[in-house]
Ligand binder design. Structure first.
Ligand code: ZN
Length: 303
């Protein structure tokens, strides 16, 4: 667990991992937390947040977007601190109705605890966090309702999963338009004077140009081949499912692929493989890429 340096007073970044999104914590008149990690990492989230609050309370919790690795601790933190919860306007309907398809929950074999929000953050709105102005900007692509938060004065961008140092969050093959939206988000970032990016995963970084070109190259490759995009989406979902459980038997992992609708739908639409071969094909590719290992019928994330 590390804290990033080079940040304005009162702003801390708690760098987590690929399963739990990073947290940003503002300690000021209002103590504000951005993103709450995954449900399975909740004990660490609570400990790290409470250690830094050091007896103070949390007034507000806000999300960059509402995927299971960013909102998994919302319900628990809300109970613990009675904090207000703010989510992007574009996520409101799906969270209110707990639309597990739009939230990528059972649709993609993921889980999160249901929570209620107090208000939404609209695109273009400016929030006062940590004594600084943060403007909410549209960050569609990986998630069509996502926002990023930009502080012009400090040149800091809280990018969520719209931009990481070497990539971006998975873009769905269906509905279409995700890649084009992701590209527009990158183009928007390129117009900002960004000194430091605080990504949803990975350590904060300064070289925005390099990150943007890596993302464009990745989008070019995916755009050229819809089957590749579909496979890439499914492989990300499968490795996330294994990561979420720490390890899985091959039989359990196969059951996830058979049960979560995204696998069947993408296979029917894009891959057109015999259904019983889909799991083996995905697993083999993930093993070859070094993302997962398989031994004695157990699958583990590559350490
Ligand atoms: Zn996400």
């Amino acid at each position: 667990m590390t804290s990033a340096t080079g940040l304005p007073a009162g702003m801390q970044v708690i760098v987590r991992d690929w399963l739990n999104a990073n947290h940003v914590l503002f300690l000021h008149e209002q103590n504000v937390l951005i993103d709450s990690g995954h449900l399975s990492g909740l004990a660490t989230t609570r400990r790290e947040v409470s250690r830094r609050l050091a007896g103070r309370t949390l007034h507000l919790l806000a999300n960059t977007h509402c995927h299971s690795d960013h909102m998994g601790g919302n319900a628990a933190l809300q109970r613990e601190y009675r904090c207000r919860v703010l989510i992007p306007e574009g996520e409101a309907a799906r969270v209110r109705d707990w639309d597990t398809r739009a939230l990528w929950l059972d649709y993609a074999g993921q889980r999160a605890e249901r929570f209620a929000f107090d208000a939404t953050i609209g695109c273009g709105t400016t929030m006062r966090w940590g004594g600084l102005d943060w403007q909410a900007l549209a960050a569609a692509g990986h998630d069509d309702g996502a926002l990023m938060f930009f502080c012009r004065e400090e040149g800091i961008l809280i990018s969520g999963d719209a931009l990481w140092e070497r990539g971006l969050g998975v873009v769905l093959a269906d509905p279409p338009g995700g890649l084009a939206a992701a590209r527009r988000t990158l183009e928007l970032i390129a117009t900002l004077d960004v000194r430091l990016v605080v990504p949803g995963h990975g350590t904060p970084f300064n070289d925005v140009r390099a990150a943007l070109s890596a993302c464009h190259a990745r989008l070019d490759a995916l755009e050229a081949d819809p089957r590749r995009l579909a496979r890439s989406t499914l492989k990300t979902m499968l490795s996330f499912a294994v990561l979420e459980r720490g390890e899985m038997t091959e039989a359990d992992a196969r059951a996830v692929v058979n049960a979560a609708p995204i696998y069947r739908e993408y296979n029917e639409r894009f891959l057109k493989q015999p259904p019983e071969q889909l799991f083996d094909a995905l697993l083999l590719e993930l093993e070859r890429a070094g993302a997962l290992t398989r031994a004695q019928g157990t699958i583990r994330p590559q350490a």
